[in-house]
Ligand binder design. Sequence first.
Ligand SMILES: Cc1cc2nc3c(=O)[nH]c(=O)nc-3n(C[C@H](O)[C@H](O)[C@H](O)COP(=O)(O)OP(=O)(O)OC[C@H]3O[C@@H](n4cnc5c(N)ncnc54)[C@H](O)[C@@H]3O)c2cc1C
Length: 448
Amino acid sequence: MHLDDESVRILQAVGVAEEFTGISRAAAGLRLLDARLRPFAQFRRSASGEHGWPESNLFDQPALEELLRSRVSAEPLISLRDGVEVIDVEQRPDGLLVRLRTGPEETVTASAVLGCDGAHSTVRDVIGARMRDLGFTERWFVLDVAASEPLPTWGGVDQICDPARAGTFLPLPGERYRWEWRMHPGEDAADLAERIPELTARWTGTADVDVLRAAEYTFAARLADRWRDGRVLLLGDAAHLTPPFIGQGLGAGLRDAHNLAWKLAAALDDPPADGPLSEESLLASYQRERAPHAEAMIRGAVRVGRAMTGGPGAVAALRRPLVAGALRVPGVRARAARVLRTRFPAGDLVDRRRHRRDLVGTPCPQVRIGDERLDDVLGPGWALVTDGPVPEDLQARAERAGAKTVPVDELRGWLAAGRAGAALLRPDRIVAATDRSGGQQGVVQGVE
Ligand SMILES: Cc1cc2nc3c(=O)[nH]c(=O)nc-3n(C[C@H](O)[C@H](O)[C@H](O)COP(=O)(O)OP(=O)(O)OC[C@H]3O[C@@H](n4cnc5c(N)ncnc54)[C@H](O)[C@@H]3O)c2cc1C
C-alpha cells in the first residue's frame, strides 16, 4: 500500500515510474492516533523528495505487480514462465541446476539464481540460511473496501494506538480504503468479517462500502542470517520480513534488486579475478550493504508497532505520551526519518569515509535538470557528476570504470555540503567515491 520516493526512483530505473503515478496517490505522511482518534504524533512527507518523487505514495500492490508484468512482457530478453514451482537448486562445478515442478518434473541450467520466493522461500532452505527472529509476531485482519462516497481522511496513513484494538487506516487511489486490525487470541478472520460494520463505523458514516478483500496476515520481524551461497542469492521477503507499520517491506525488496542487479551483471561479464570488481567482491558486498539497512527498517517498524500495540495496562499508557513527547523534541523526528536513509558502510565499492558529512555510501539526490530527471540524463552505468574541474586522478579513474562525466550545476549545493567537487556514482546512484575520499582502497583504486 505504501512506497517511498527511493523505491519509486527504482521503478523509474525499470521504466514504470510514470505509470506508477497513474495507479498511486501522493500521501501526506503518517500519524499516530490515540484510541479516540486524536493525533499525538505526525510525520509529514513532502510531495517532492530528494529522489525526485513524492516521499510517500499509496497504491494497491496487485496493480503494481500488473504494471511490472506488462513491462516484463515487453522486454525481449526476459521470458516469464508462470505457474512453475522451484523445488531444488543444485550447485555444480559447471553451473546451477534448477529443478522445477511444472506438471512433470523439469530441470534448467542457470548462471545465477535469485530467490525472490517470499516468506516461505525454498531457495533460502537450499542455501541453508536461517531466519533470525527480531521479536515481533502478531496476527492482523486486513480489510480493503470501495466506498460509495469519499470517507474523511487527512490524505495519509493513520496508525491507531488503541490498547483495546490497534489498527491502521489509509486511503488508496479511487474511493478505496484499507483498514488493518490487530487480532486478539482466539479470534479468526471470520469473526472479524462479521464485525466489519462495527469496526469501520467511525469512518464510514452513511457511506455504503463494498468489501474487496478481508483476510488474515501474520506480521513478523525476521532477517536471514545469510543472503548468498555462490551465485544463489536471496532478495525481498525471502531475506527479510517486516511488520508493515511503516510501509517498507516491498520497498526493501526493490532496494535489494537495485543493489544487486548491476553487481550481478558485472560479475557475469568477465570480471577481473580479484580486487573490488571481482565476482566475489561484488556479490559479497550485496548482503554487507543491504542487511544493516533492512535490519534498521525492521526495527523501526517494530518500534512503531509497539507504540501501537503495546497492549493494555500501565506500561502502554505510559509509553504513548512518552512517544508523543519524544516526537515533539526537535531532532527526534529527523532521527526517525534517518533510520530509512541509505548510508552504506565502507567497503570495496564504497571508498573510505573521511568525515561525517561525506557523501560516500549515500545516494546522489535526483535533481531536475530542465524538464528532465537526473537519472534519465545520466542513463545506466557509472557516472562522474561534477561541479567544475575534476582532479586528474579521479577523472582518470572514472574513465577506467567506464563512467561518463556529466557537469551538473544543480548538484552544486549537495556537493558543497559534502565538501566535494565531484562524485563518482555507481550504477545504482550510490556515491562510490568523491574527489575528497581516501581512494587508497576500494573501487576507485580497483579499476586502475
Ligand atoms: C497486510 C500487508 C501490508 C503490507 N504493506 C506494505 C506496504 O505498505 N509497503 C511495502 O513496501 N510492503 C508492504 N507489505 C509487504 C510486501 O507485500 C512484501 O514485502 C512483498 O510482497 C514481498 O515481495 P517478494 O516478491 O519478496 O515476495 P512475495 O510477494 O511473497 O512473492 C513471492 C513469489 O514467489 C512465489 N514462490 C514462492 N515459492 C516459490 C517456489 N518454490 N517456486 C516458484 N515460485 C515461488 C510466490 O508464489 C510469490 O509469487 C505488506 C504486506 C502485508 C501482508
